[in-house]
Write a protein that binds this ligand. Sequence first.
Ligand code: HEM
Length: 400
Amino acid sequence: MTGNHPPVTDWSVDFDHADPTYAADPYPIWEEIRGRGCPVAHSDRYGGVWFPATHELVSEIAYDTERFTSRSVLVTEGRPLAPAPQGIAPPISSDPPFHHGARRLLLPAFSPKAIEKLEPFTRAYCHELLDAVAGREVIDGAVDYSQHIPVRVIAKMLGFPLEDADTFRKFVHDVLESVDLPIERRLENFLELDAYLTAQVEDHLAHPRDDLTSFLLDAEMDGAPLQPEHVGGTIVLLLLAGIDTTWSAIGSSLWHLAGHAADRQRLVAEPELLPLAIEEFLRAYAPVTMARLVVDDMDFHGCPMKKDEWVLLPFPSANRDPAAFDRADEVILDREENRHAAFGLGIHRCAGSNLARMEMRVALEVWLERFPEFSLADPAGVQWSGGQVRGPRVLPIHVG
Ligand code: HEM
C-alpha cells in the first residue's frame, strides 16, 4: 500500500507517481510507457491523472498555457480552491497575464550577480557540515550533507532564523512528499506552515531589513504593492521550490559518483569538467515532475482529457527520451549537446536555476576536495523520495 492507495499493477492504466516502486526505480516504467503506441499513461487515481512520457509531448503541454493551467502544480486528491489570478504560490501557480509580472519581479534576486554573492557563505557552510562528521567512515550524503545546504541558503536569503532549518524541512516533506495523505491532514500541515510564515512576515514588517522577505513586502506590480497573499505565496514557493529540488539534485549527483568510480576519478582529475557534469546529472537524474490541470474537455492526441483532470509533466522522463537525447540512459560527464528539461520548459522555467547550479557546484567541489575517494556503503539501503520530487533521502557513503 502507498498511504491509502493500493500498489500499481498496470502502469499504463493505473499510473501512480506516489507508488514506492516508482520512487525506487522509475526508468523501466518510463521506457514501457514511451514504447507504447500511445505514450501517455492514465489513471483514475487523484480524480484522473495523465502521464505523457516523451520529450515532445511534455514540451507541447508545458508551452500550452491555454489548454493546461498551472492553478495547481501538485497532484492531490482534491482540486485547489486557489485565489485567482495568482494561485496559491505565484508565479508557479499563475497563468498569463498575471504570471508575467509575478515572475519578473523575482528575477533580480536570482540573477547571476546576486547569486555569486552567496557563494562564500555556501562554501563555508558545506565545509562546516563536513567538519561536523569528520572522522566517520560512513556519512549519509543525504541526511548529513545535501539536505542542509539549500535550506540554509534560502533561509539566509529570506532573512529567516537559520536555526529553523528543521522546521522548513518538515514543511517541505509534508507538502511535497506526503501527497497521498487525506486532504484534511494536508490542510492541517499547510496551516502550520502558514502560521510560521505569518510570524516571519510580521517580524519583517516591524523590522524591515535587507533581505528577500523585505524586498517582496516592498515590491510593486503594475504600480501597486503586492497583496499579502501574493507575498506569502511566493515565500512558500521559494521554500518549497528551492529546498527539496536542490537537495535531491546534490544527492543524486553524489549517489552517481559514489556508484561509478571511473566518473568520480575523472572528475577529481579534471575538475574543469564539473559544470558540464552538473548539467548531465541534472539531465539524467532530474528531480522535478510538475503538474497542470486540464482547462476544458478535449482530445489531446487521441487522449480524451476531461476538465480538471491532472496532467503530470515528467521532465525527468523527457530527459531520458532516446528521441531527444543520444544514449539517453547513459551518463556522459562531458556531454556537449545537452538541452535538458530539468528546470522545466516554457514560461515557468525555473527562476532559481542560477542558485541551484551554484549550490550544486559548490556542494560537489567541497565534497570532492574533502573526499576524493568514496563509494556507496550500502547500495541496497539507499532510499528515494516519492511524489513529484525525486532524490535520495537515505544515502550511506563510505568515505573512510
Ligand atoms: C536543482 C534544483 C531545481 C530544479 C530541478 C528545479 C526545477 C524547476 C522546474 C521544473 C520548474 C518549472 C515548474 C513548472 O513548469 O510548473 C521550476 C520553477 C521554479 N523554480 Fe525551480 N528548481 C530547482 C531549484 C530552485 C531554486 C533553488 C529556487 C529558488 C529558491 C527555485 C525557484 C523556482 C521558481 C520561483 C519557479 C517558478 C517559476 C515560474 O513559475 O515562472 N527553483 N523549477
